[in-house]
Design a protein around this ligand. Structure first.
Ligand SMILES: Cc1ncc(COP(=O)(O)O)c(C=O)c1O
Length: 433
C-alpha cells in the first residue's frame, strides 16, 4: 500500500470510530474534518489536505493555531502546576486577572474564572439577580448566549431553545435587535429597537439586567453608536444592570481588545471566553464591577476554573496580540476583506458586515428585494469552498451568512486567495442553479 493509501485508510478509520463513539450536536457535509495539525491560519487533515481556516477553532485561536509563544508558555506551565482548587490561586491566574482588569472598561474591577462561555453567562445572571432580587433578564432577538439551561432562554433561535426538551420557563424578555440591513418600517432601526426596549422596561419592573453582545456574532449585526448610547441610558434610567457578552467579540476579535471599546461602553459585567486562552483548554470568566462583586455568593467555583496552563497561555496570547499588532491587523483586515468582497460586485452578495474579523457576507438571490438565498444554495457555496480548501461556517438569522472569522494573524494574501475561491464558488453554484 502506498503511503497515501495508508493515510487514507487511517483517516477513514478515524472518522468511522468518531461516528461510532462521539456524540455530535450537528454534522454538515464535509464534517467533521479530522484535523491533525495547525499553524497560523492553516490546518491540515488526516488525509493530508490543507485548509485556510475561517473558523479559527470556533473562534478561539486568536493568534493562529499553535502560536509558538503560546505553546511555549503553556508547555512551561505544565511542569510547574496545572490545576489548584478554586480556594487557592496560582501566579498565571493572578497575572491574567490583573491584565484583564487593566485592559477592560474601567467599570470592571475583578474577574470570576469559569470553564466556558455559557457558564460565565450563568454566573453573570446569578450576580445581577442576587444584587437586585429581580428575576427577569432582557435579551435581544438573534442573540446567542450559550446552550446550558440557565442561558438557553436568552438564545433567540427556536432551534436552540427546543434542545431543552421542555417548554422553557426562562425569565427572558426578548426585544428586537438592531439588524439595520433587514429593518423595515417607518422609524429608523435604532429608534425602533430602543422604543421596543423602553416599552418592556415600562411594563416590567422585575428586569434585573440586559444581556447582549455589543456586536452580535450570529450574522455579524453591528449596532449604531446611537443604539448603544440609548441602551446604556435606558439601563441607567430604569436601574437595570448591563451585561455585555464579549465571549466572541472579546480578545481582539473586532479590532479592539473588547467591542465595548468601539462604543465607549462601561458595563456592569462583561463575560469573556473563547479566545481568552488561545485554544489551550477552556478558560472563561466574568468581569464585574465593585457593586456586583460585593456580597456575591458563588456557592463554589467550577472545578476546573482558572486552570493555570490555560491562564499561562492566555497571558502569553495577550502579549503576542500586542507585540505582533494582531488587533490592529484584525481591524485592517476587516476593512480589506470588506473591500475585496465588494469589488466582486457579485449579484448574490447582499451585505458585507465586518467589524475587525467578526462577521461575514450575507447572501441574497436578489439585491433589490434582499430575498434570502435558499439554504441549499448557501450550503453548496460552503461545500464548494470546502473542496477548494477554504473552511467556513454558515450562520445568521436566516442561515444565509457566510461566517468568515479567521485568526487575527490572517494576511491580505490569504484573504485574496479566499476571495478568488469565493468568486469561483459563487459562479459555479449559480451556474448550476
Ligand atoms: C456570544 C457567545 N456567548 C456565549 C457563548 C457560549 O460559550 P461556550 O460555547 O463556551 O459555552 C458563545 C459561544 O459560541 C458565544 O458566541
Amino acid at each position: 500500500m502506498s503511503t497515501q493509501d495508508t493515510k487514507k485508510k487511517d483517516a477513514d478509520e478515524l472518522l468511522a470510530r468518531d461516528e461510532k463513539y462521539v456524540i455530535r450536536p450537528w454534522t454538515g457535509t464535509g464534517e467533521p474534518v479530522p484535523v491533525v495539525e495547525g499553524r497560523g491560519c492553516v490546518i491540515k487533515d488526516a488525509y493530508g489536505k490543507e485548509f485556510l481556516d475561517f473558523t479559527s477553532g470556533y473562534f478561539v485561536n486568536q493568534a493562529g493555531h499553535c502560536h509558538p509563544t503560546v505553546v511555549a508558555a503553556a508547555t512551561a506551565q505544565l511542569s510547574q502546576i496545572t490545576q489548584v482548587s478554586g480556594r487557592h490561586t496560582t501566579i498565571p491566574l493572578v497575572n491574567l486577572a490583573e491584565q484583564l482588569v487593566e485592559l477592560s472598561p474601567k467599570s470592571l474591577t475583578k474577574v470570576f474564572f469559569t470553564t466556558g462561555g455559557s457558564e460565565s453567562n450563568e454566573f453573570a445572571l446569578k450576580m445581577v439577580r442576587q444584587k437586585s432580587g429581580k428575576g427577569d433578564i432582557m435579551s435581544l432577538e438573534n442573540a446567542y448566549h450559550g446552550l446550558s439551561l440557565g442561558v438557553l432562554g436568552g438564545c433567540a433561535s427556536e432551534k436552540y431553545r427546543k434542545t431543552a426538551g421542555i417548554e422553557l420557563q426562562d425569565n427572558f424578555v426578548r426585544v428586537p435587535t438592531p439588524y439595520a440591513y433587514r429593518h423595515a418600517g417607518d422609524s429608523d432601526c435604532t429608534t425602533f429597537c430602543l422604543e421596543a426596549a423602553e416599552k418592556e422596561f415600562q411594563k416590567n419592573s422585575n428586569i434585573a439586567a440586559v444581556i447582549a453582545e455589543p456586536i452580535q456574532a450570529v450574522g455579524g449585526i453591528i449596532p449604531s453608536q446611537q443604539y448603544w448610547d440609548g441602551m446604556a441610558a435606558l439601563c441607567d434610567k430604569y436601574g437595570v444592570f448591563l451585561i455585555l457578552d464579549e465571549i466572541q467579540t472579546g480578545i481582539g476579535r473586532t479590532g479592539a481588545m473588547f467591542a465595548a471599546d468601539h462604543y465607549g461602553l462601561e458595563p456592569d459585567i462583561m463575560t469573556i471566553g473563547k479566545g481568552l486562552s488561545g485554544g489551550v483548554g477552556s478558560l472563561a470568566g466574568v468581569l464585574a464591577s465593585d457593586e456586583l462583586v460585593e456580597g456575591f455568593y458563588g456557592g463554589t467555583t467550577p472545578t476546573s476554573a482558572g486552570n493555570a496552563v490555560s491562564a499561562a497561555a492566555g497571558l502569553a496570547l495577550i502579549g503576542v496580540l500586542q507585540e505582533e499588532k494582531m488587533i490592529e491587523n484584525a481591524a485592517n483586515m476587516g476593512v480589506y476583506f470588506t473591500e475585496a468582497v465588494a469589488a466582486l460586485k457579485d449579484p448574490w452578495v447582499g451585505d458585507i458586515r465586518f467589524k475587525g474579523l467578526l462577521g461575514g457576507v450575507e447572501l441574497v438571490s436578489d439585491r433589490e428585494t434582499k430575498a434570502v438565498l435558499p439554504k441549499e444554495l448557501v450550503v453548496k457555496v460552503k461545500d464548494t469552498l470546502y473542496e477548494d480548501g477554504m473552511l467556513i461556517t454558515v450562520s445568521g438569522l436566516h442561515g444565509n451568512v457566510l461566517r468568515l472569522q479567521p485568526s487575527l494573524c490572517i494576511t491580505s494574501t490569504q484573504l485574496d486567495s479566499f476571495v478568488a475561491s469565493l468568486k469561483k464558488a459563487l459562479d459555479s453554484v449559480r451556474g448550476q442553479a
